[in-house]
Design a protein around this ligand. Sequence first.
Ligand code: SF4
Length: 465
Amino acid sequence: MHLPDLEVAKKREKKANNYIKLEEHYDKVFLGKKYFLRTYGCQMNVHDSEAIRSYLEALGLEESKDASFADVIVLNTCAIRENAKDKVTGFLGKCNYLKKKNPNLKLVLAGCMAEQPDVIDEIMKNHKYIDIVIGTHNLHELPKLLMKEFNKQVIEVYSESDEVIEGMHYTRDSQYTAWVNIMYGCDKFCTYCIVPYTRGRERSRKLEDIIAEVNNLKEEGYKEVTLLGQNVNAYGKDIGETFSHLLECVAKTNIARVRFVTSHPWNFTDEMIDVIAKYKNIMPYIHLPIQSGSNEILKRMNRRYTREEYWALFTKMKERIPNVAITTDIIVGFPNETEEDFEDTLDMVNKCAFDGAYTFIYSKREGTPAARMEDNTPMSVKEERLQRLNNLVNHYANVNNQKLLNKTVEVLILGVSEKDNTKVYGYTDTMKLVNVVGPKDIIGKIVKVQITDAKSFSLDGEYVK
Ligand code: SF4
């Protein structure tokens, strides 16, 4: 079994109009049993884990925070970076020990790694005790597989099917803010990225199904939805819709807050900017990955924009959306990145003064075009560049946060602060984390908070009655 070749994958037939409605009911056949779920990777995986949790609980399993007490262990894996794979294989060692102690324990490997047959072949060779391998396209099969599973056979379900599954249930992490998948997959084929191979081609959900989900969430008391897609603003191309129209329809549900991730600069239209500027309940926050400031590197990454085009878009957003905060992703040390290329990246960070950035050293993913590129940049140079970049990114995050000092802002309070349980925490409209001195009964509400201190990664504030 091999990963699909780039050209083969690009030609894969689109089945975007295949919608499967789930109408399954499960018996609580596992009552009294426990499951342990560990999630690696991006928001998409976090949201998939909410579906996994819902399926397991529909079967009667209860969550255990300790793998040692579990009857079923699910690892929802990530394939983006090598260290995510290393973490999974590290944890599998512990699972092997637990399975020896409890031969009835069932071990499920789910997520993006399960969509890479070469990787799975290697893992299964070394970890023969895994019971079920299930890919991202097939999570709805998990209950059936678990029911069948107690016969010891390894069941592998990963597929290239491009159906859009409707009727998924989620045991959500929060009662106040919810992820809403609006599309699956990605057609961009950035040369470093494994996602188009693991998550398949772009498939959009129907607008009416998304709006129905948002309305239900609003009725259940949710204050905020985040529309989710690997390439969220490419929504609708396959079904004759547009992201700007969907965004407007979601805003018109009057749910208090609307967010969306992750946007691709190439797909960002003027209409989207106009809709964001028009509706008060669409939060003025955009995560807009730049990845590199060097035109040469952007070309080799197949990002489809130049630094000049990114800057023009960035400027337009800043001009048209009042108080918009923009964060980004940056990869350091792409194959053969020169010092000049890297300085172009620093230059863009200086120009854009981002509110924040997720920064990474390039991680080679087998099966992608970038994995075959020559790379003569030593790791020590990449690490030193990452340090310089982080210093600059943190500087601008701090500068932007300082502007909020002594201001009163609206914060959606999500819970008790993990670091200090006398405080609560939440997020501003611009997605800044605030630790708040205030009563616990403001949890779940959007309240006014006066900012009393500002650091690079968070703010402190006091609840204003
Ligand atoms: S747009 Fe994002 S998900 Fe799609 S290939 Fe590029 S990096 Fe990967």
